[in-house]
Design a protein around this ligand. Sequence first.
Ligand code: SAH
Length: 248
Amino acid sequence: MWRASVLTIFPDMFPGPLGASLAGKALANGAWSLDVVDIRGFAADKHRTVDDTPAGGGPGMVMKADVLGRAIDAAAQDPAQDMAQDMAQDTRPRLLMSPRGVPLTQARVEALTVGPGAVLVCGRFEGVDERVIAARGLEEVSIGDYVLSGGEIAALALIDACVRLLPGVMGAQASNAEESFADGLLEYPHYTRPQLWEGRPIPEVLLSGDHAKIAAWRRSEAERLTRERRADLWERYTAARPGPVKSR
Ligand code: SAH
């Protein structure tokens, strides 16, 4: 079973939105599991302190390596098992949500879903003590070039992207193959009834019943949107397929 362990100082934020809809149903059905580790539970003092002032001065606070290290070690233990697994047996990647990280991609999401799950560390304050990143082999992952107030929403986004790809979670498996990024392109536009809405018709080709023509139209629209919106994806796409690419 695909297993996510989330380390956070806000355990109440989970499962949050992942408790609803298809992800929530799949969680209830046991298609994946979620354990939430409250980092504060590993603090050593009676105030349950998880942060301290930055060495060298400056604004904000830093999450303590000792507390976080203990929490990460505990996350490797499977609560569903009688005997504690130790770190060596837990082969899941340990991810630190971080704006400094490698930007998350659909390819990385797919790679994660074929594995055993993930341990996700949610930073807060200015971030975490650098030593715990090295000592516990944390892989920094970003969900985009903007700064959130904490890693929780990033972890929710990552888990959501993974869970919807797990076998049996999404109703129509076929819809996955045509989605944005699946073949390096953004997805083509969608329409549904009514045929005419506020004077805007559905493109005629989609009503033609000619499946080859429809597929060709969708492909050219996907290419157009990618070229117009995402120069980075377009460049990779054209480089990967030698020969002329249809431009409309
Ligand atoms: N001082 C840091 C920002 C800290 S934001 C910096 O300038 O890089 C607090 C926490 O929110 C981070 O530790 C991280 O866990 C999370 N976070 C913020 N933005 C994120 C992003 N784009 N992707 C993933 N996690 C993010």
